[in-house]
Design a binder for this molecule. Structure first.
Ligand SMILES: *Cc1c(COP(=O)(O)O)cnc(C)c1O
Length: 235
């Protein structure tokens, strides 16, 4: 069940307090951590309320759902991130509807997004490379050992794309060491990619409702939080 509109402000305040505490614990500033409110499957009414409470960066999983919501959305200044698996035949539409695609997981998809961005005449289109750091078969993302060559492909062949970050979904386990190891491996990949290709790659998008404190401890700069803001999804 979705939470009711009245609870959104409290939920966001609680999430922000958790982010603050986790940042402090690792000697980091919460200002360096962006909260992405994951609004997939949530009604516009709740998303508007989150926006009114200062959550201006959103994450959605599906192109079609984002298109439907865009039709009824009037608030200016919201930033929309595509965080779900992107089918190649929806790349063009995704570029129209999203400010950033975090789920680039292959060279062919990158090239399709490049062409779509170029055709739209944008000078620079932000993307992130999604890596399957947990190795779980159910998770999307490029395999870690193919990550550097994918980033190299983008650097060499996709001049319109700006690699703003790496993204991952932590493993589904209570074993904190495994979760942290997964996040640490994303951070290490970013370090290697920056050194090898001279890129800034400012962001590590990692951490969800159940594990974002661990992600912050491992250097996350973007946490993607759905359930802790909006309640459980009705699916
Ligand atoms: C749904 C989703 C989230 C948010 O998950 P919660 O556990 O509800 O916070 C974050 N990232 C991705 C890629 C998702 O699909």
């Amino acid at each position: 069940m979705s939470t009711s509109k009245e609870h959104i402000a409290d939920n966001i305040a609680r999430v922000r307090a958790r982010i603050e505490a986790a940042a402090r614990e690792s000697g980091r500033s919460a200002d360096d951590i962006t909260l992405i409110a994951v609004s997939k499957f949530q009604p516009l009414e709740l998303i508007r309320e989150a926006y009114a409470c200062g959550a201006h960066v959103f994450g959605e999983n599906r192109v079609q759902e984002r298109a439907e919501k865009a039709a009824g959305w009037t608030e200016v200044g919201a930033v929309w991130n595509m965080i779900g698996h992107l089918q190649r035949n929806k790349a063009r539409r995704a570029v129209e509807l999203f400010d950033c695609i975090q789920s680039i997981d292959g060279a062919e998809l990158a090239s399709l997004v490049e062409r779509a961005a170029r055709d739209r005449g944008v000078a620079s289109y932000p993307i992130m490379v999604e890596i399957n750091t947990s190795g779980e078969a159910s998770k999307s993302g490029a395999a870690p050992d193919g990550a550097l060559s994918l980033i190299e492909h983008i650097t060499a062949n996709c001049p319109t794309l700006s690699v703003d970050g790496l993204m991952t979904i932590g493993p589904l386990t209570d074993d904190e060491r495994r979760v942290r190891a997964s996040f640490a491996s994303l951070r290490e990949l970013a370090v290697r990619a920056r050194a090898e290709f001279g890129l800034a790659i400012p962001h590590l998008s990692m951490g969800m409702s159940g594990d974002f404190e661990l992600a912050i401890a491992e250097g996350s700069t973007m946490v993607r939080v759905g359930t802790s803001i909006f309640g459980a999804r009705d699916v």
